[in-house]
Design a protein around this ligand. Sequence first.
Ligand code: NOJ
Length: 688
Amino acid sequence: MSGFDRISGDVRSAAQTAGLALALLLSSFAEAGAQGALSLSSPDERNVVTVGIVDGALVYAVERDQRKILLPSRLGFEFRNAVALADGLEIVSSEPHARDEVWEQPWGEMALVRDLHNELRVTARETAEPGREVAVVFRAYDDGIAFRYELPEQPGLGEFEIMDELTEFHLADDPRAWWIPANDPTHRYELLYRSSPASTIPEVHTPLTLETLDGPVIVIHEADLVDYAGMNLTGSWERRLSVTLPAWADGVKVRGRTPFVTPWRTIQMADRAADLVPSTLGLNLNPPNAIEDVSWIEPMKYVGIWWGMHINTVTWGSGPNHGATTENTTRMIDFAAENGFGGVLVEGWNVGWDGDWIANADLFSFTEPYPDFDLPALAAYANDRGVTLIGHNETSMGVTNYENQLDDAFALYESLGIRALKTGYVGDETAEGHAHHGQYMVRHWRRVIEAAARHGIMLNVHEPIKDTGERRTWPNMMTREGARGMEYNAWGREGGNPPEHHTILYFTRLISGPLDYTPGVFDILISSSDGAPREPEESRLRTTLAKQLALYVVLYSPLQMAADLPENYEGQPAFQFIRDVPVDWELSATLGGKIGDFVVVLRKDRDGPDWYLAAITDEEARSFDITLSFLPEGEDFVAEIYADGEGAHWLTNPLPVAISTQAVDAASTLTLQLAPGGGQAIRFRPAE
Ligand code: NOJ
């Protein structure tokens, strides 16, 4: 498969698009006194972006269904050692384009993605010396608006240092924002979401999901972040969200040289939260697949030597409880092979973990195993059993140490047939003081993705840069953390992730792309830790067991872990669901959902006729009637149902799971009953 198969194409006439564009002029723009404003509408004509000059500044505004979404909002840059490129501008040209094509993903939430948009490239120039030019390319899709800056090569602008990007998102009203703070570098996106009026938010990460009272749900994010700092947003009482960029050690935000393009700034819009996911806007804004042969890139489920470190039954470092021994890993490979898992993650296999591994980042070796871990023999044994070892490179933000070893390490893994790697960046900033999510690190991550692609390695990045759709170009960039995942249930100070957490993640973090949450812990009370179940106020899971199953369908990841210790799956009929559930989908749809309350997700297996349905809830019990009209007409199916059992409750009685089967077809309706903090997972397979 090429990964970028053009299935249909239709480039509409530029003149037609331009005519449409010029016919639309936003009222808010006229009010702001804009001269000669240009407009661009989405193919369904519901989303409109208008751009023009107000008092010498380039501004844009967004409407949906004639309702104001963004009021005129500023664009521009401040530089070090050069005047800002923001004022005294005039529009000198505009160029329309349009595209309608369908491309195929090597893997994902759906096989085919349609890229249907209208585009307008607007060039502005300073009216006074030095007469610098900046172009802003706008795209209007049916699911949102995107724009990015292009700084063309020109005499007045060569090498530059951006100190501030002046882009604003001036919200027309004060929606409810779902956010995590960005000024908390120690947590690297690993925070519980909060919600408050957008006008009150501090500096926050994107994607930022905004619920308007009577209008669309909006998500502000970015796409195609290649050589720039990650974008944060800072609120203001005037509802002007402004861009804030994490810095290099010397305070510069972005270094570059013309010709230069920024990432896309995206404003996704949907009538209801359920229509936001799965989101393809960011994927469509990334360049096509750059990897010619993608046959080695295979989504898979995996197990690993991992949870034991977090619940303190084994250690990363050497000693009597060392987790990554040859013996433990052999057992884990056997468990994976017997249960159809594709990979075995091994953490703590390499020298460097002893002592304070966060402070001593430079002591990590990425090629030297601990003496009790026989790397070549284990890699070969895994391959013999049809499994790959998943290597682990914790850098502790020792980026120079890592880059110095990157080629040797990746060549070694390739030679051993290790096809996947988990990387980690625990640490606030680099030793030199570059921000975790700044341009320095963005460049580093891209280097790692490209090096991994050269060596046939799939990546799962922890403490990552947020997802901006790079998997389209680099489909070996499979999944990442970038959220408060399962491990917080082992040791998170707040007692673990609350029942609503996953119903928020779905409409926030998951909009950017796959999440390595590592679901599937059956030992909800973490008794394996020291033999005693944890008390309600201690760290523990705050879901029912059935909800753990549902998370496999809800929280999409092409590398999906069964996180618990193998002994906790023994004798558990519910484990069959984890064995069965696919990780690659032909279709995905959100059947219903409310941010922070519940989600109902439907997916169709990409490699077979099965469908999967899952629902999760917060601390409220809920029930849903679902008509199975998605099943092929006239065909008999069996529903394998994993529901919360009698009396299940996330806090007091999390374990009961009721497993049943039922004959169904497209005319059937199922009633899903979810316990407080519960969930339900259903596999539909053709009747024999
Ligand atoms: C944090 C990661 O999220 C976790 O999965 C990993 O085990 C530790 N860092 C150690 O690298």
